[in-house]
Ligand binder design. Structure first.
Ligand code: WT7
Length: 649
C-alpha cells in the first residue's frame, strides 16, 4: 500500500460544502456536543411534529437500545418527494437508463414521481397493505423499484428488498422471515442482454408455506409468465383504478422504514432493521457531504437497490436532497466494457460511485473503452464495498478521472445506514487504499483483538469498533433483538463491533484490512461461509464441507470450498460442476464456489473442530507457514490437502 497523499485541489476545496478547516471545526463540535450537533442537523429534513429529544442510546450488552429524534414524526416519502414539488416539480428526480443502449432512457420529474408513488401507494392499500405490514420487493433496476420503496414509505409499510439475483429459496426464506403479505416483482428482467424469470422465481418461492402471499407484477418485457389466479395483480391494471393522490402517513422517527437481509458469520442471513428519522437524516447528510453534491448535479451510484448502497445512495439520500439520481438496469460490460463511460457521457454524470471489483474488471479490458467517451462532466469518483488496491485506484484516478476528480473511498456497512469512515472531497487528502477519516459524529476505535483493550496510540492495529451511536445505525435484527446484541455488542463491551480488522497510521488514517469473522467479501458483497457450507451439505452426495475465502484478482475474494463426498461417491469434473450449480441454485450466482477441492478429510482438532486457519492458508497458497498443527487429530490430512490444492497462483 502506498502512502502517497492526494490533497484536494484548491479550486475544488473553494467550492466544496466542507473544506479542511470546516471539517475540523464540525467534527470537533459533533464529538464535543453530539446532542447539539444532531439537533441542528436533524432539521435538514421536514418533520410533521418536530423532535424535542435527540438521542437516547444504551450500548450495554443486555439492554442495548438505540433511538434518535424519538418524539418527532415525519414521512420519509414526503421528504423525498412532496417537499421538493414547489421548487423543483419539473426537475428530473430519476434518470433511468435501460439495459439495451438503443432503448429510450426515461427522465422522471419530481411531479411525475409524486404521481407514480401515490398511485402505487393507493394500489398497496387496495391490496390490504397498511402501516407496519411487510412488503418484499424483488425487482430489477427499473423506476418501479423506486416507486415501490417510496410507496411503502408513504403508507408506513416496511419494505424488504431481495436482490433480483437471489434464488427462489433465498427469496422464500426472506418472505417467511418477515411474514410479508405481498411481493412486488416483474415478469422477467433483462440484464446484460439476458433475462431472469423473476415471476417464475416468485411462484417457486411461494409454493410451500406462503401460498396466500399476494403478488403485484410489473410488466417489464411482456414475456409469458404463470399467473396465480386471485393472488396476482398487474401493476399497470391496478394503477388505472386508483387516484394519483395519497396523503402521506404520519410516522414516528423510530418506526421501521425497511428490513434488509445480510449475511453473518453464523446461520441464516439476518434482517437488518433501519428506522425512519435518523436513517434519512444520515443518508441525506452523507450524500451531500461525501459526494459534495450541489443542486443540479447528476449523481450516479451503480449499485443495485437490492443492497444497502442502493437504498441510501440511489434512493433515500439523493431524493431527500432533491437531487437527480441515475438508475441503471444493466451491467458494466454490456454491450461492451465501455458501458459505464457511455452512460456517463450520455447523461452528463457529475458524481460517479462504484465498487473496486467493477473498476478492476474494467481496468483489465484496456483504456480504449474509457477514452472513447467524453467524461468532462465528471467532478468526483467514489468507491465502496471493499478495500481498493493502489493499481485500481491509480487507474480510476488517471484514466477515468484524468487526475481531476477527487476519489472518496467510503467505508460503511448494511448495519451503518451510511458512510462512517470516508474522505470529504474538499477537506481530506486521499491516500490510495485508505478510507481516511471519520464522518461527523463517528468515533472509530481500534481494540486489541484478544483482550478488547482500546489502543490509544495513533498508530494501531486490531478490530474496528465504534464508540458511540450515529443516527443511521441499525436498531435491531428483525424479530431477534438478542441476536442483534450478541452480534454487535457482546464481544467488545460498550462498543459497536464492526466485524472488520483495521490499521490506523501515524496520520490517524484508517485502513480496513478485511473481515475478522467468517464472512467473506465477494465482489463487494457479503457472503457467510456458513451459508455456502450449509448449501453444499444439503446436496445428497456431500458428507462435509468447509468454505473459506482466498485472494481473487477481480472479485477481491473468491469462494474456496473443501468438500468431502459421501462414501462410494466418485469425485469427477461433472460432480464439481453439479455442486457449483447446486449452490448457485440454492442461494444465487454470487455464492457459487470458484474452486472446489475434494478433501478425503478435513483438518480437525481432537474435539472435532475444523481448523479453518489451516484451510485459509492452503487456499491462499501460503502453506509454508501453517503455524501450530500439533493439536490436529490427524496431521496427515494437511499434506494431502496441500498436495492437491487448487489455487497455485
Ligand atoms: C463490509 C460491509 C456498505 C456498502 C457495501 C457493502 C467491507 C465496505 C469498504 C471500504 C474496505 C469495505 C467491510 C464491511 N467494506 N466498504 N470502503 N473499504 N472495506 O455493505 O455488504 O454490509 O458489507 O464491506 O468489510 O464490513 P455490506
Amino acid at each position: 500500500m502506498s502512502d502517497k497523499t492526494y490533497p484536494p485541489a484548491p479550486e475544488f476545496a473553494a467550492n466544496a460544502h466542507v473544506d479542511a478547516a470546516r471539517y475540523a471545526e464540525m467534527y470537533k463540535a459533533s464529538i464535543d456536543d453530539p446532542e447539539a450537533f444532531w439537533a441542528e442537523h436533524g432539521k435538514r429534513i421536514d418533520w410533521i411534529k418536530p423532535f424535542t429529544r435527540v438521542k437516547d442510546v444504551n450500548y450495554n450488552f443486555g439492554d442495548v437500545s438505540i433511538k434518535w429524534f424519538e418524539d418527532g414524526t415525519l414521512n420519509v416519502a414526503a421528504n423525498c418527494i412532496d417537499r421538493h414539488l414547489a421548487t423543483r416539480g419539473d426537475q428530473t428526480a430519476i434518470i433511468w437508463e435501460p439495459d439495451e443502449p438503443g432503448d429510450d432512457a426515461q427522465h422522471i420529474t419530481y411531479k411525475e414521481l409524486h404521481a407514480e408513488v401515490s398511485k402505487m401507494a393507493n394500489v398497496l392499500k387496495n391490496l390490504g397493505i397498511g402501516k407496519g405490514d411487510r412488503v418484499v420487493i424483488y425487482l430489477p433496476m427499473i423506476p418501479e423499484a423506486a416507486y415501490a420503496m417510496l410507496a411503502c414509505a408513504r403508507i408506513g409499510a416496511i419494505h424488504s428488498i431481495v436482490f433480483a439475483g437471489f434464488s427462489p429459496d433465498a427469496l422464500g426464506a426472506r418472505v417467511n422471515g418477515c411474514d410479508a403479505k405481498l411481493v412486488i416483482t416483474a415478469d422477467t428482467a433483462p440484464r446484460g442482454g439476458r433475462r431472469t424469470k423473476l415471476k417464475d422465481n416468485v411462484n417457486q418461492a411461494l409454493l410451500h408455506d406462503t401460498t396466500d402471499v399476494k403478488c403485484l407484477v410489473v410488466q417489464r418485457t411482456g414475456d409469458q409468465i404463470a399467473w396465480r389466479r386471485d393472488l396476482d395483480f398487474w401493476w399497470h391494471e391496478e394503477a388505472e383504478k386508483v387516484s394519483a393522490d395519497c396523503p402521506p402517513e404520519e410516522m414516528s422517527a423510530e418506526d421501521p422504514l425497511f428490513i434488509l437481509y445480510t449475511s453473518g458469520s453464523t446461520g441464516q442471513p439476518k434482517g437488518v432493521v433501519h428506522t425512519s428519522g435518523g436513517y434519512l437524516v444520515y443518508a441525506a447528510m452523507t450524500h451531500q457531504y461525501t459526494f459534495d453534491y450541489h443542486d443540479g448535479d447528476i449523481f450516479w451510484c451503480t449499485a443495485d437497490v437490492g443492497w444497502v448502497t442502493g437504498h441510501s445512495y440511489i434512493i433515500y439520500g439523493p431524493l431527500a436532497n432533491g437531487a437527480t439520481t441515475l438508475m441503471f438496469e444493466g451491467v458494466p460490460t454490456y454491450p461492451d466494457a465501455g458501458r459505464f463511460w457511455a452512460v456517463c457521457e450520455k447523461h452528463k454524470v457529475n458524481q460517479f460511485y462504484t465498487a473496486p471489483t467493477a473498476i478492476r474488471a474494467l481496468m483489465g479490458q484496456g483504456n480504449e473503452f474509457v477514452e472513447r467517451y467524453d467524461l468532462s462532466d465528471l467532478k468526483l469518483l467514489g468507491t465502496v464495498g471493499e478495500p481498493i488496491n493502489p493499481e485500481a485506484w491509480n487507474w480510476y484516478n488517471d484514466v477515468v478521472g484524468k487526475g481531476n476528480c477527487p476519489i472518496v473511498d467510503t467505508w460503511w456497512q448494511t448495519e451503518t445506514g451510511g458512510h462512517l469512515i470516508t474522505p470529504l472531497p474538499g477537506a481530506t487528502a486521499a491516500k490510495p487504499g485508505s478510507a481516511t477519516l471519520p464522518f461527523f459524529g463517528v468515533q472509530p476505535v481500534i481494540l486489541e483483538t484478544e483482550s478488547g483493550k482500546e489502543i490509544t496510540t495513533t498508530e494501531a492495529e486490531g478490530v474496528l469498533c465504534i464508540k458511540d451511536s450515529w443516527p443511521g445505525q441499525m436498531r435491531t435484527v428483525w424479530g431477534d433483538h438478542d441476536r442483534f446484541q450478541a452480534t454487535y455488542f457482546q464481544q467488545y463491551k460498550g462498543y459497536y463491533f464492526s466485524g472488520d480488522g483495521c490499521r490506523r497510521d501515524a496520520d490517524g488514517y484508517y485502513w480496513i484490512t478485511g473481515r475478522v469473522d467468517d464472512v467473506i467479501n465477494v465482489s463487494g458483497h457479503r457472503m457467510g461461509t456458513a451459508e455456502v457450507e450449509s448449501a453444499l451439505v444439503a446436496h445428497s452426495k456431500v458428507a462435509e464441507a468447509a468454505v473459506v475465502g482466498y485472494p481473487h484478482d477481480i472479485k477481491g475474494q473468491g469462494i474456496y470450498a473443501y468438500v468431502t463426498l459421501m462414501s462410494g461417491e466418485t469425485p469427477t469434473e461433472e460432480l464439481r460442476k453439479e455442486l457449483s450449480d447446486w449452490v448457485r441454485q440454492e442461494i444465487g450466482p454470487i455464492a457459487k464456489p470458484d474452486l472446489i477441492q475434494w478433501s478425503p478429510g478435513l483438518p480437525k482438532t481432537r474435539s472435532g473442530k475444523i481448523m479453518r486457519r489451516i484451510l485459509r492458508k492452503i487456499a491462499e497458497n501460503d502453506y509454508g507457514s501453517l503455524g501450530d498443527t500439533s493439536t490436529l487429530a490427524d496431521p496427515g490430512v494437511v499434506d494431502e490437502l496441500i498436495e492437491n490444492r487448487m489455487n497455485r497462483g
